[in-house]
Design a protein around this ligand. Structure first.
Ligand SMILES: [Fe+2]
Ligand SMILES: [Fe+2]
Length: 465
């Protein structure tokens, strides 16, 4: 069982880039981090979630915690204390004091709790972010810890940073200011006849063996032995799968050194997830940064949507969990292709999305002439995606248009929407959720179960595969 006290690897030092002098570490939802003085900056991207920094500068101790919900939805959730303000904040305080901080020296900063995206009366009623902030304020007041800065509510995603070299916290809006100031640069329109063949030549291809596995998953009768044989033929992927197994689930001394051993420990379904994710990392990680504000953002967004989709499939029973996982992983595949177009005109793109409150799909159509759902489906067609995946890719922003796999598409739509609100740093999507209650009901979920849905959001990046 994983502890909830986890930290992500430094975003800037992943995947072989030169280590930065000041290391940045992203604190994902449900994670907390405590540290002494050092040259590192902790960062959290906060939409509806609430982030808190607590520091004792005299003792040179401080940290950050990132809450998803005000309180656990059931007592059994206490294993993941950091996800909830009511359980995580007392634990975090306790950790600080045990590490040597003096309670009377502690100063707090609080941020997040926004209503990101279009807001419905249903959202205002439920007000998850507002209630999480209220629990944080109550606990800090009971513990007589002053709040040096509090920026909660509003309608925008913000970035909260804690500089551990001086224990100063900064809170800034993620998109609106930078993008409003920047110059207007028109993107080059996508010309289908010229750009699509060019794109397919230059796009890092998904290996044939990965496509074969995706089709096997779509086919209910797939045999794991066939998949395992395919994986063993690709040494890089075998190594990657074993690395993920060893680093994610198991402590030292219980090394998983073969696909057979991984199968025994994880079971078929989990191992297939690891395999598909490992294949797609190579493809999804290779973006220029048009759709994301952190390195690898699209890949993490894909993994998180996959993980949440799979959990929601189990919760609702409307779709096979393994199909929901692969659907979540691939839903935004068109963004990998459009990323370079968006990156070239990011300020203009996001000014349209944010200040004019329009969906990314509409803005893509207007500025580039094609959107990521249509382009994604074209890529899927040329690679021979199974029909279920094609429908997810094409209709995940308008699930009512799906003809054959509507429950699956609705599920991925909901997972995407929830991730856009509760893990907004990985991908800058803005999804209309004015009729969120109707979207829940279409999956057989009563509107008051939204908190239960949010509770399925994976914690940080370590909970993603
Ligand atoms: Fe999308
Ligand atoms: Fe998405």
């Amino acid at each position: 069982m994983k502890a909830d006290f986890v930290s992500t690897p430094a975003a800037d030092s992943q995947h072989g880039s030169t280590p930065a002098l000041i290391e940045k570490e992203i604190i994902g939802s449900g994670e907390r981090r405590l540290s002494g003085k050092c040259r590192r900056v902790l960062e959290a991207f906060l939409g509806s979630c609430v982030g808190v920094t607590l520091c004792d500068p005299e003792r040179e101790l401080g940290g950050m915690i990132h809450f998803l919900l005000p309180e656990p939805i059931s007592p059994t959730m206490s294993l993941y204390a950091s996800r909830y303000a009511s359980t995580g904040l007392p634990k975090f305080l306790d950790d600080l004091v045990r590490a040597g901080a003096r309670k009377e020296h502690l100063r707090a900063c609080v941020a997040g709790g926004a209503l990101v995206g279009e807001v419905s009366a249903f959202d205002l009623n439920l007000d998850i972010g507002g209630r999480t902030s209220a629990v944080v304020e109550r606990i800090l007041s009971e513990q007589q810890i002053p709040i040096a800065r509090m920026e909660t509510g509003g309608f925008f995603t913000c970035k909260m940073s804690l500089d551990l070299s001086n224990f100063k916290t900064s809170i800034e809006p993620v998109m609106d200011q930078d993008f409003a100031r920047a110059e207007r640069t028109e993107p080059r329109p996508f010309e289908l006849d010229r750009d699509f063949p060019d794109l397919m030549r230059h796009l890092k291809p998904i290996p044939q063996v990965a496509l074969k596995i995706l089709r096997m998953i779509d086919d209910q009768n797939c045999r794991f032995a066939d998949i395992a044989d395919q994986v063993k033929q690709d040494q890089t992927i075998s190594a990657k799968v074993l690395h993920i197994c060893n680093s994610t689930f198991f402590g030292r001394g219980r090394k998983v050194d073969s696909i057979e051993r991984a199968l025994t420990v994880l079971g078929e379904r989990n191992l297939i997830k690891f395999i598909v994710s490992a294949f797609l990392e190579r493809f999804l990680f290779s973006t220029a940064g048009g759709y994301s504000i952190c390195k690898g953002g699209l890949y993490y967004h894909a993994l998180a949507t996959a993980q949440l989709g799979e959990r929601l499939a189990r919760l609702t029973g409307v779709s096979r969990p393994d199909l929901a996982y692969t659907g979540g992983l691939l839903h935004d595949i068109g963004k990998v292709a459009l990323d370079q177009f968006v990156a070239a005109s990011r300020p203009l793109f996001y000014r349209q999305v944010i200040s004019r409150r329009r969906s990314a799909v509409e803005v893509e159509q207007e500025l580039i002439g094609i959107d990521h759902t249509v382009l994604g489906a074209m890529i899927g067609d040329s690679w021979g995606f199974p029909d279920s995946l094609r429908e997810v890719v094409l209709h995940h922003h308008a699930p009512e248009r799906a003809r054959h796999q509507q429950p699956l598409v609705r599920l991925i739509h909901l997972a995407d929407l929830i991730m856009a609100r509760f893990a907004p740093g990985y991908e800058l999507e803005r999804i209309d959720s004015t009729d969120l209650d109707r979207r829940l009901q279409a999956l057989g979920l009563a509107p008051d179960r939204l908190r239960e849905v949010v509770d399925q959001v994976p914690s940080g990046t370590t909970d993603l595969v």
